[in-house]
Ligand binder design. Structure first.
Ligand SMILES: [Zn+2]
Length: 485
C-alpha cells in the first residue's frame, strides 16, 4: 500500500465516526441537545482512541537485534606469521586453554609457502596447503579452532619493510582489525616488532607491526567504517554492511625469537615449560611436544634442537596496558569482562632536528618512529642495535645522514670496523643541501673467522669540518644466518 492510499483510508475512517455516533444518539431521543452533543463527542473520542491504540500496537513489534556471535569471542588473539609460530608461545597457550579456561583465537599472516619441507617434495603453494592443515590440526588438538590465514607471501628476509610490502600492509591491517572486532579479545599477543639477533624473520616483525596498528585502530569508529555499518537486513543476502562494533583490546604483549633473550627479562611475565599443567598433570613441555608433532614439514632439526625449543622459557614483554597491571603480572591481571573506551595512540610527531646527524636507517629508522607513533615506550631502547650473521657472509648496513644546519654541508663518513672486514670500508664524502637526508647503503663482508668472541662491534662517524657530528653503532652476532637480511 502506498503512502497516499493509506492517508485516504485513514481519512475515510475518521469521516465515518459521526455516522456511528448519530446511531447511538438516535437511541436516546429523550435527552436534551446538550446531552446529545456530549454523547457525539464522547463517541468521537472513543473511536479515535481505538484507532490510536491500533497504531500503537503495530509500532511495538520490532525484531530484537542479535548479539555479537559468542562462538567467536576470544580472551586472547594471537597474531603471528607462519604455521608453527604458535610453538614459540605454546606453554602460555597450553596454560591458558587447559588450566585457565581461556578462549584463544589465532591469525596467521601467511601460510608458510617459502618454508622447508622436511618430509616431502611439496613446495611453494602446495606446501602452503599442507602447512595450513598442519596448523589447524596442531591448534585444534590444543582446543583452538578459531584460526584465520591472511594472504601474505612468506618472505624469508630480516627486513620488516620488505615483509610489509609483500604482505599487502593495508589489506592485512584491515583484516586484523576486522578479526579483532569479531573476536573482541582482551589481550593481543604478537611477535615483537624489533630488529633482533636471532631468526629475526621479517614476517614475524611485520605481524607485530600490523597487530600494534590494529590494537590502536579497532576501537576507532572512523577506521574501516564499512565493517561497522549495520546491514540493511541481516537475514537477507548480498549485504554490504558487516555489522561489527568497535572494540578496544586491553593489553598488548610481545614475544621474540631473539638468540640472546636476556634483554627481555623483567619486562613482562615468563612462562616455563617445566611447570606442571594443573589439569593435564604433566609438564607443559610434553604438551608442547604434541603440538610440534603436527608440524612434520618443519621438523628439520635434530632432537637436541627440538628439546631446546620445547623447554624454552617464554619471555613476554608488556607493550601496553589500558587497565591497571604491573609489568611482570600475569597476562590476565587487571582484566574484567567489561569493555573499555577507545584509547587513541599518541600519533607520530616529527622530532625537532638541528645540526648534522647520523643514525642507522632502513628498519632501524622505521622502528624509532613507529615506537613513538604508537606509544610503545617499553620498546624504546630495549634492544641495542644488533643483527646476526655467519662468518664470511655479506652484511647490509643502511645509514641515514641528515643536514639540519640551514646551510649546505660536506660530510665525511668514516667506518670504524674490527679487523678483516671488507667491502665499503673507505671514507666517503657526501654533499647535503639544508634540510635533506641521504640514505647511505653499505655492503660489508665479514672475515672468514675470528678469535674474538661475538659480537663484532661496528660503528660509523660523521665528520663535519673535521669535528664529530654524529655516530651510529651496530653489534653483529657471528652465529646465525637463518634468513638473509
Ligand atoms: Zn615463523
Amino acid at each position: 500500500m502506498g503512502f497516499d492510499s493509506a492517508r485516504v483510508e485513514t481519512r475515510s475512517l475518521v469521516a465515518e465516526a459521526p455516522v456511528t455516533g448519530s446511531v447511538v444518539v438516535a437511541r436516546v431521543t429523550s435527552q436534551n441537545m446538550a446531552a446529545k452533543s456530549n454523547s457525539i463527542w464522547t463517541t468521537r473520542i472513543a473511536v479515535l482512541l481505538i484507532l490510536l491504540g491500533a497504531l500503537r500496537i503495530a509500532a511495538q513489534t520490532q525484531p530484537a537485534i542479535p548479539a555479537p556471535d559468542s562462538r567467536f569471542k576470544a580472551d586472547v588473539l594471537v597474531v603471528i606469521a607462519h604455521p608453527d609460530d604458535d610453538t614459540a608461545v605454546s606453554t602460555f597457550l597450553a596454560k591458558a586453554v587447559f588450566d585457565q579456561d581461556k578462549r584463544v583465537a589465532v591469525v596467521f599472516t601467511n601460510r608458510g609457502n617459502a618454508g622447508p619441507n622436511a618430509i616431502g617434495m611439496e613446495q611453494s603453494k602446495a606446501l602452503a596447503d599442507v602447512r595450513e592443515i598442519e596448523a589447524r590440526r596442531s591448534l585444534a588438538a590444543r582446543g583452538i579452532t578459531n584460526v584465520w590465514f591472511l594472504n601474505g607471501q612468506d618472505t624469508p628476509t630480516q627486513d620488516v619493510l620488505h615483509s610489509l610490502e609483500t604482505l599487502g600492509h593495508g589489506q592485512a591491517l584491515e583484516a586484523v582489525v576486522r578479526i579483532i572486532r569479531l573476536t573482541r579479545p582482551d589481550v593481543i599477543l604478537t611477535w615483537m616488532p624489533a630488529y633482533v639477533a636471532g631468526e629475526n624473520h621479517g614476517d614475524h616483525q611485520a605481524a607485530g607491526v600490523v597487530a600494534v596498528e590494529a590494537f590502536d585502530l579497532a576501537g576507532n569508529p572512523t577506521a574501516f567504517p564499512e565493517q561497522l555499518t549495520a546491514p540493511r537486513w541481516h537475514g537477507g543476502i548480498a549485504n554490504y554492511g558487516e555489522g561489527l562494533h568497535p572494540w578496544q583490546p586491553k593489553k598488548l604483549y610481545f614475544f621474540s625469537d631473539a638468540s640472546h633473550p636476556d634483554f627481555l627479562k623483567g619486562h613482562g611475565p615468563t612462562y616455563l615449560a617445566s611447570d606442571i599443567s594443573r589439569t593435564k598433570k604433566i609438564p607443559y613441555a610434553q604438551i608442547n611436544r604434541q603440538a610440534w608433532h603436527y608440524y612434520a614439514t618443519q621438523l628439520d632439526f635434530n632432537q637436541q634442537t627440538l628439546d631446546y625449543f620445547l623447554n624454552m622459557p617464554e619471555y613476554f614483554v608488556l607493550g601496553k596496558s589500558l587497565v591497571p597491571s604491573a609489568v611482570t603480572d600475569d597476562v590476565w591481571a587487571g582484566i574484567s569482562g567489561k569493555p573499555i573506551a577507545y584509547a587513541p595512540p599518541p600519533q607520530y610527531r616529527a622530532p625537532v632536528r638541528s645540526g648534522i646527524s647520523l643514525a642507522l636507517g632502513g628498519p632501524w629508522a622505521f622502528y624509532r618512529q613507529f615506537y613513538r607513533a604508537h606509544g610503545l615506550k617499553a620498546l624504546e631502547g630495549l634492544v641495542p642495535p644488533q643483527t646476526a650473521l655467519s662468518w664470511d657472509h655479506q652484511l647490509w648496513v643502511p645509514l641515514l645522514l641528515r643536514n639540519d644546519t640551514g646551510r649546505p654541508a660536506d660530510i665525511t663518513l668514516h667506518a670504524n670496523l674490527p679487523a678483516e672486514w671488507s667491502g665499503d670500508t673507505h671514507d666517503r664524502l657526501y654533499h647535503l643541501e639544508p634540510g635533506t637526508a641521504y640514505p647511505v647503503q653499505l655492503f660489508l663482508t665479514a672475515p672468514a673467522s675470528s678469535n674474538q668472541s661475538s659480537p663484532e662491534r661496528l660503528s660509523w662517524t660523521a665528520l663535519h669540518h673535521s669535528a664529530v657530528a654524529g655516530q651510529a653503532h651496530l653489534a653483529v652476532y657471528m652465529e646465525f644466518d637463518g634468513v638473509s637480511q
